[in-house]
Design a protein around this ligand. Structure first.
Ligand code: SAM
Length: 196
């Protein structure tokens, strides 16, 4: 461990945002899963959440990582949940507003919510999107306006678009100016990242 590497770990952990996360609901393609984690790392997500592809369609395991991640899985912890609705409820019980990326009667433009609040972005599976039940359980439904012939974006592109809006708002609010992690967590994670 060089002093430069140690200093980088300290710098990155000081920017981590424990109050910003994603919940990937059965995102099943490894390159999408990996790309989302890479964006999570870039904006400072500490822990991501995922419901493994299931319901008899897949193995029930999280998608494997591939080169698209840029090794982000080493720096973003992934917590698995049995299903989207219970995950939404657990995150809400922990104080998060859950924003489902879902087109519905109550959808608003993704730039409207206040992302300086503890926020979880709910992302849907490539083929069928967020379920109506999970979207109903969420605090709000958000969409990126689409003006083209194609109805939806790739899920990792949608995740990046919205997470960087969250980063923009949090930068403006000063949330990257001082560590958001408690001192004890900073010390523990610095040790764990430096000496895995
Ligand atoms: N056929 C699916 C549907 O009807 O929802 C399309 C799913 S889309 C390919 C996969 C995921 O990307 C969505 O569940 C959502 O999380 C995200 N996504 C794609 N386009 C989006 C948009 N315009 N606004 C918000 N999220 C979007």
């Amino acid at each position: 461990m060089t002093p430069e590497r140690y200093a980088k770990i300290q710098r990155v952990l000081a920017l981590r945002q424990p109050t910003l996360t994603v919940l990937m609901d059965e995102v099943n393609k490894p390159h999408n899963f990996s790309a989302i984690l890479r964006t999570c790392d870039a904006v400072g997500v500490l822990t991501a959440h995922a419901v493994p592809p299931n319901n008899g369609r897949e193995s029930g395991h999280l998608p494997t990582f591939n080169a698209t991640s840029g090794s982000a899985e080493k720096w973003v912890n992934v917590q698995a949940h049995p299903d989207a609705v219970s995950a939404v409820r657990a995150l809400q019980a922990g104080g998060m507003q859950v924003l489902a990326t879902h087109l519905s009667q109550r959808s608003v433009d993704y730039r409207e919510p206040d992302y300086t609040r503890p926020t979880c972005l709910l992302l849907g599976a490539e083929k069928w999107g967020v379920s109506d039940e999970a979207a109903d359980a969420a605090d709000a439904n958000i969409v990126i306006p689409m003006f083209g012939m194609v109805q939806s974006l790739n899920v990792s592109v949608a995740a990046a678009t919205i997470l960087f809006e969250a980063q923009r708002q949090r930068l403006a609010a000063g949330l990257y100016q001082q560590p958001q992690l408690a001192a004890a967590d900073l010390a523990r994670l610095t040790f764990e990242w430096a000496y895995p």
